[in-house]
Design a binder for this molecule. Structure first.
Ligand code: NCD
Ligand code: ZN
Length: 347
């Protein structure tokens, strides 16, 4: 028996495509998206409008023929970012948003923000110009337990920043806690991306019965009650929650290490995984909202006009366990259950 589901072409509101050989290797997996918000945490980061434009060119060049993906670029906010450059890059159509990483919060975030007062002029210019701020919502204070860093960020940074800059549109990226979900629900002008992997794993996947580095990402997956809050938010139909995979490829040698780096590579199989999560919740009628409608609505863009079809088959879809990038392998996220939804995209 098969079942069909037609959706407007999905977007990804949080994606890492990297650069160089890794970009070449991973770009095909995201080529059939509509749009994607491209994260700027390259080494060195994408800081200026000119750098974002050049990076967009490299992404376009790495996409295969027939790609539908339109990369939506972001700038990496630093304490020396020039507000005029941000506004000019936005009005020229080069960037769609600005990303704020607290310094040291995650992979390649050393140039991030330490003193939030120093970026206030940029945030005010963004509020004025209607440029959304994407926030990596974790404090980096070593006194704060890693599982509490998102909740503490809400009190110490997110709420004060929003109060100090009224009108600034904010995306709490890759929300991982019920605290984050509750904050988004209780406030105006804020949305949140939810990743694929945080919908399916809790912290046991990383730590119970052995350490599994391919489930380690930041923000780190939390306890099961938080995962359930994310599933509830994603499947609720609330337009403030939308899909951002945070697909973050790393070479296996960097993940399977005494100090393994953070990131799950979900680009190849994210949509069948998310479809299964929605089916399990009896919410397939809300899948299109989460993957194709809520994101563009938040960003003030129209939804994609073309469609894809998902088909549920008895036979599970086969995805590679790894791809190769340069001389290295990159492990594809394993959700731990078979994927019966197949993407049929002949457009
Ligand atoms: C991301 C990466 O590898 O760039 N890693 C991750 O665990 N999510 C960075 C990020 O988004 O935090
Ligand atoms: Zn990310």
């Amino acid at each position: 028996m098969s079942e069909y589901l037609t959706l407007r072409r999905p977007d990804d509101w949080h994606l890492h495509l990297r650069d160089g050989e890794m970009l070449t290797a991973v770009a095909p997996a995201s080529a059939r998206l509509g749009r994607a918000i491209i994260m700027p945490n390259l080494v060195p980061p994408v800081v200026t409008g000119a750098e974002a434009e050049a990076y967009r060119g490299r992404i376009r060049a790495a996409l295969p023929d027939g790609a539908t993906l339109r990369p939506l670029m972001t700038l990496y906010l630093t304490e020396t970012t020039d507000p005029a450059d941000v506004v000019a890059a936005h009005s020229a159509g080069i960037i769609a948003a600005v990303k704020l990483y607290p310094a040291g919060a995650t992979t390649n975030s050393a140039s991030g923000v330490r003193d939030f007062d120093r970026v206030r002029p940029v945030l005010e210019a963004m509020a004025e110009a209607g440029i959304p701020l994407c926030l990596h919502g974790e404090v980096t204070d070593p006194q704060v337990d890693i599982f509490d860093r998102e909740a503490v960020f809400i009190d110490r940074v997110l709420d004060p920043v929003r109060r100090a800059t009224p009108g600034l549109r904010v995306v709490l990226e890759h929300v991982t806690t019920s605290d984050g979900v509750d904050y988004v629900r209780a406030n105006e002008g804020i949305g949140a991306t939810i990743t694929t992997h945080h919908l399916v794993i809790n912290r046991n996947a990383i730590l119970a019965g052995g350490i599994r580095p391919h489930y380690y990402c930041l923000p780190v997956a939390k306890r099961e009650s938080h995962r359930l809050a994310l599933v509830e938010a994603a499947t609720s139909g609330d337009p403030r929650f939308f899909s951002g995979t945070d697909s973050a490829p790393h070479p296996d040698s960097a993940k399977e290490s005494a100090c393994g780096c953070a990131g799950c590579f979900t680009a190849p199989n994210w949509l069948p995984i998310v479809a299964q999560v929605f089916q399990d919740e009896g919410a397939l009628d809300r899948l299109e909202g989460f993957v194709s409608l809520n994101g563009p609505a938040f960003y003030g863009m129209p939804p994609n006009e073309d469609r894809i079809t998902l088909r549920r088959r008895d036979r599970a879809a086969a995805f590679p366990t790894h791809i190769t990038a340069g001389g290295e392998t990159v492990t594809v996220f394993d959700p731990g259950f078979p994927l019966h939804w197949h993407v049929e995209d002949d457009a």
